[in-house]
Design a protein around this ligand. Structure first.
Ligand code: NAD
Ligand code: TYD
Length: 349
């Protein structure tokens, strides 16, 4: 049985990936290591928590002795590393926690793998990263795998550092690694402080919709389950030492997305046309706000046969429907009460 460590599996993307692997690969044993920060929520995984090929371990990737003991005990064959501080706005308020988790934490995992993997055959350290490491684009052009790094926020700088460390362990110690850099994800279970869930939640509750600056910044949006599928394909078919960009070929100005959400949700909530748009409020721009991200995912499409499965409007509908049907999930997060779940489920075991 292949033993795989997924870090950050209680977060947004991680929980989709853990679910995919647990269901699709009954002959893999998946260990989900997550510190359950504000962004980690085991309620995202209640449907698989008793699966025979799954275990959750609460722990911090920056805790060197704990991580090394875990590697020694579990004898992992592969790591898929998603654990991170992931929100640009939080990185502006508290950059050092990003340096700690994203840089130091990645270093600790790499060291543990290097120490424990005396035989490197059939081992893989898969590092999940972001397109934000490439910096900010003007009106035209795309990020490719060879675009020079130019990170501009504490978040993207910390992710860029972690990417470099991963590649350095490959070049220096032959650690088998693969890296993917993905564009903005959207879908169910996203913590409601990122753009889409925040706007959906605020429209539901008729609260102001805070658009940074003029709302003209552009992001390329990908459905989270398409990202999880891409990771699955790269994990199994990607070439060691390579980097793969993942994106939706789906660029949107923030303000256009907010208008679209308002239109769809007015219909779903039986509101008069234009009612939710009145909630749009332009607020002070984010410091150092990157203008445009756009991914060229041709390498992944051509070499490994991946392509996005959902059109944006369809994915958005699914996402909105999920948030409308799961108001309790959001209210438990906004009240902080989701954190009690771990104690109820795990501390008495
Ligand atoms: P998230 O913030 O929803 O989840 C991060 C998870 O990591 C949480 O469960 C959290 O508890 C855990 N974590 C944080 N610090 C930890 C630590 N010190 N030790 C152990 N666990 C810790 O993030 P996400 O949006 O799911 O992103 C997952 C990964 O994908 C990140 O590495 C991020 O950089 C990358 N990524 C995200 C996007 C996106 O649009 N969300 C796009 C591209 C790449
Ligand atoms: P975000 O979801 O934080 O992702 P990222 O910064 O990693 O791209 O933000 C997406 C875009 O939406 C970004 O240009 C900032 C903007 N934004 C707003 O205009 N208002 C908001 O309240 C938030 C959270 C983001």
């Amino acid at each position: 049985m292949k033993k795989i460590l997924i870090t950050g599996g209680a977060g947004f993307i991680g929980s989709h990936l853990v679910r995919l692997f647990v269901h699709k690969y009954p002959d893999y044993f998946i260990t989900n290591l997550d510190a359950l920060t504000y962004a980690g929520n085991l309620e995202n995984l209640t449907d698989i928590e008793n699966s025979p090929n799954y275990a959750f371990v609460k722990g911090d990737i920056t805790d060197e002795s704990f991580v090394e003991a875990l590697f020694e005990e579990k004898k992992f064959d592969a790591v898929i590393h998603l654990a991170a501080e992931s929100h640009v706005d939080r990185s502006i308020l508290d950059p050092m926690s990003f340096v700690k988790t994203n840089v130091l934490g990645t270093g600790v995992l790499l060291n543990a793998a290097k120490k424990n993997w005396t035989d490197l055959s059939n081992k893989l350290f898969y590092h999940v990263s972001t397109d934000e490491v490439y910096g900010s684009l003007g009106e035209v052009g795309f990020f490719t795998e060879t675009t020079p790094y130019d990170p501009r926020s504490p978040y993207s700088a910390s992710k860029a550092s972690s990417d470099h460390l991963v590649r350095a362990y490959h070049h220096t110690y032959n650690l088998p690694v693969v890296v993917s850099n993905c564009s903005n994800n959207y879908g169910s279970h996203q913590f409601p402080e990122k753009l889409l869930p925040l706007m959906i939640n605020n429209i539901m509750h008729s609260k102001p919709l805070p658009v940074y600056g003029k709302g003209e910044n552009v992001r390329d949006w990908l459905w989270v389950e398409d990202h999880a599928r891409a990771i699955d394909i790269i994990f199994h078919k990607g070439i060691v030492g390579e980097t793969y960009n993942i994106g939706g070929f789906n660029e949107w100005k923030n303000i256009d997305i907010v208008h679209l959400l308002c239109r769809i949700m007015d219909k779903k909530l039986n509101r008069a046309e234009g009612e939710s748009e009145k909630l749009i409020t332009y607020v002070k721009d984010r410091a150092g706000h990157d203008k445009r991200y756009a991914i060229d995912a041709t390498k992944l499409e051509k070499e490994l046969g991946w392509s996005p499965s959902l059109q944006f409007e369809e994915g958005l509908e699914k996402t909105i429907d999920w948030y409308l049907a799961n108001e309790t999930w959001v209210s438990r997060i906004t009240s902080g009460s989701y954190k009690q779940y771990y104690d109820q489920q795990y501390t008495k075991r």
